[in-house]
Design a protein around this ligand. Structure first.
Ligand code: AKG
Ligand code: FE2
Length: 164
């Protein structure tokens, strides 16, 4: 990617959202689903937790990765839907979920980044092999769209919001 692509990102103001989440270890018949399968609506998400595994990430080719947070300094970076759209589908925004297994409560931190303005695919990322997949879109508008019935039920919310 050339310098112009980088410029487009650095000119955009970023809003960060820090989410602190607790998943209680399931008691008795309680379901073990800690967080339903979803893709993040962010540009990027940085995840950290108290060394209790449970995060499952689907790869592009249909494999499942059980993320192993084996060190207190482990963290995971996930590309969100806005990064996928900006990259014209070169970067994949993976589905993921949390399954609770052991007897210890799980605490996780998620730092989401959102662009404040309009996100658009840089022209360097559009060519014959990679036709334009997304119209310019307001990133925070994606969050509003996801809160509508149409957005929430869409198979791929980002495509429903601004797909070509
Ligand atoms: O708790 C986790 O490890 C994942 C949380 C998550 O996927 C999210 O907050 O979007
Ligand atoms: Fe997530």
């Amino acid at each position: 990617m050339g310098w112009r692509s980088t410029m487009i990102l650095t000119r955009t103001q970023i809003t960060y959202l820090l989410r602190v989440l607790k998943n209680r270890s399931p008691k008795g018949d309680e379901p073990n689903l800690g967080f339903v399968t979803h893709t993040d609506k962010s540009f990027t998400t940085i995840l950290h937790q108290n060394q209790i595994n449970g995060l499952e990430i689907d790869t592009r080719d249909g494999q499942k990765i059980n993320v192993d947070f084996s060190s207190p300094s482990s963290f995971v970076v996930i590309a969100g839907d806005a990064f996928m759209a900006w990259s014209n589908d070169r970067i994949h925004s993976p589905s993921h979920r949390v399954i609770m297994k052991g007897e210890v409560d799980r605490y996780s931190l998620a730092l989401f980044s959102f662009g404040n303005g309009i996100v658009e695919v840089p022209e360097e990322l559009v060519d014959d092999k990679h036709p334009l997949q997304y119209k310019p879109f307001e990133h925070l508008g994606l969050l509003r769209f996801f809160r509508t019935d149409e957005g929430y039920k869409a198979k791929c919310p980002i495509k429903a919001y601004c797909g070509v």
